[in-house]
Design a protein around this ligand. Structure first.
Ligand SMILES: *Cc1c(COP(=O)(O)O)cnc(C)c1O
Length: 414
């Protein structure tokens, strides 16, 4: 990283740009993979595309051995475009058209059904292809919890995803599919977005999925897919304790091993990491345009926006580094970092106390790999360049947008 000065990088990539650390990505993949596969051999990582579907990044993960976990036809087609083998695509998500399901089944992809309308599509396809063996999985909805207190994000009492066990829909789905000789229910899927991302939650999800599989699809089960949502390595400045990959793997694999002892063909365990795979692989670099004072407050205006680093606009300051170009001025003060949009709330950081950045300095925001570039709205300015570095080698993996891409003549009427 020290091979080039920031000013040299900015000359090449623009006054604000992302930097992808390819080695960090590889190391995240290896760490997650080692933690789980050392404890349970038949282990598969399905990387969650929606978290960051930069094609270069997805391709690198494909080369490392990850499956592609996609939740729309757009993402499915991207996986194909990158060269992912259809058998290594896991097609999830609540909305799939009949054509999507037919296409994925024709291709032999893994597909997890989220609602009963999809069962109808599968039935239609089965009738059309009565000689073709067809495999599907079911996303299951059951209560996870903390003695009745919701552990879901935002405090939702029930999850809207998957087929409900409690009201009998899960049994109904199984009965419907079992009517077809050529259909095999090959797996169960359970992804839950919880606020705590606790090890115990993963233990519970795995156990419940295993029990349901043994009760309902014991002869046909090929995979248990516990979804994503685990913590990755947390920056020290967040000052919080998070479980390690080994902690999660211990909790999950101990259940898998116990539940399937004596099984001749043990099912695969699938994990679908998003955040934990990519959050710490990206940083956002942006140039300071001006440091201004309004009444007694300092505002450091940069050529970036909160949309570039935390589209959900949470209030937590990300870990940052300031690279100085201006050495003459020095002042310790509390300041806010604000962006180029015309929204009052465009704050990239609040109440930072330290050496005040000045005009032409650069600010590096760390840990911006998850849910950033995919959520970066086409608002006011073109999307910045994404550069990657692999050791000392820097290269562009997404060019800065120009007006021609932003207002694409193929889709807009002028
Ligand atoms: C979003 C999502 C993931 C990834 O979740 P992270 O919190 O980013 O790890 C995995 N599986 C499914 C089905 C998802 O919707």
């Amino acid at each position: 990283m020290d091979h080039y000065t920031t000013a040299q990088l900015a000359q090449q990539f623009g006054s604000s740009f992302y930097l992808l650390d390819v080695n960090k990505l590889r190391s995240n993949y290896q760490k997650i993979n080692n933690a789980f596969s050392s404890r349970y051999e038949k282990f598969v990582i399905g990387y969650s595309y929606k978290t960051n579907y930069l094609p270069f990044l997805c391709k690198e993960l494909d080369q490392l051995g990850a499956y592609a976990e996609v939740v729309s036809r757009l993402e499915y087609d991207l996986a194909l475009k990158i060269g992912v083998k259809p058998a290594k695509i896991i097609f999830n998500g609540p909305v799939k058209s009949y054509e999507d399901i037919e296409f994925a089944l024709e291709n032999g992809s893994i597909i997890n059904i989220d609602s009963l309308y999809e069962i109808d599509y599968v039935k239609t396809y089965c009738l059309k292809k009565q000689d073709k063996p067809i495999k599907v999985g079911l996303r299951v909805n059951f209560d996870i919890g903390n003695n009745g207190r919701s552990v879901l994000q935002e405090g939702y009492e029930v999850s809207r995803f998957g087929i409900c066990v409690t009201n009998g829909n899960f049994q109904y789905a199984i009965d419907q599919l079992n009517k077809f000789e050529n259909v095999q229910i090959a797996g169960l899927h359970g992804h839950f977005s919880t606020s705590g991302r606790k090890v115990e939650t993963y233990h519970e999800i795995t156990k419940k999925l295993c029990e349901l599989a043994k009760e309902n699809i014991a002869d046909s089960v090929e995979y248990i897919d516990i979804g994503g949502g685990i913590y990755g390595e947390i920056p020290a400045s967040f000052n919080m304790q998070a479980p390690s990959f080994d902690d999660y793997a211990d909790a999950v694999c101990s259940v898998m091993n116990a539940e399937f002892t004596g099984y001749e063909k043990k099912p695969y365990l699938i994990l679908e990491p998003g955040i934990s795979m990519v959050a710490n692989t990206f940083r956002f670099v942006s140039k300071v345009i001006e440091t201004k004072k309004v009444q007694d407050k300092y505002f450091v205006l940069i050529d970036g926006s909160v949309h570039n680093i935390k589209p959900t606009m949470h209030k937590l300051n990300l870990p940052m580094k300031i690279v100085r170009q201006s050495n003459d001025e020095k002042k310790i003060a509390a300041y806010n970092i604000v962006g180029y949009t015309c929204m009052e709330k465009d704050y990239l950081a609040h109440d930072v106390l330290g050496d005040l950045p000045f005009r032409d300095d650069y600010i590096f925001f760390e840990n911006v790999g998850a849910y950033t570039i995919v959520f970066n709205p086409p608002f006011i300015k073109e999307r910045p360049c994404i550069a990657a570095f692999d050791g000392d080698d820097y290269f562009i993996v997404r060019k800065k947008e120009s007006i021609n891409e932003f207002f694409n003549e193929d889709i807009y009427v002028f």
